[in-house]
Design a protein. Structure first.
Length: 89
């Protein structure tokens, strides 16, 4: 159910709801499937969060680095300061 909801929220560009769901401790979805969908839809900030949920900080940093470097665009990415905060963790 959560997998379908992640996809629907990404399709409808309901960013706030998507972020809440991806950060919810009760999230129960196929993260690999969701990550592929988020990448296809250009939801790179959310994609990074999905990678983080899967325990792949390396992939998270790779995706967000692409945003910071301007290789891809995501208007929902909170910026370089947020990236630095995650690196500091």
């Amino acid at each position: 159910m959560d997998t379908a909801l992640v996809k629907l929220l990404a399709d409808m560009d309901l960013h706030g709801e998507l972020m809440s769901l991806l950060q919810s401790p009760r999230l129960d979805c196929d993260l690999k499937d969701c990550a592929a969908w988020l990448e296809q839809k250009g939801c790179y900030y959310a994609l990074g969060l999905a990678h983080r949920r899967m325990g792949s900080v390396e992939r998270l940093l790779r995706v967000w680095s692409r945003i910071v470097l301007g290789e891809v665009k995501d208007p929902h990415f909170p910026g370089l300061g947020h990236f630095a905060d995650v690196l500091a963790e």
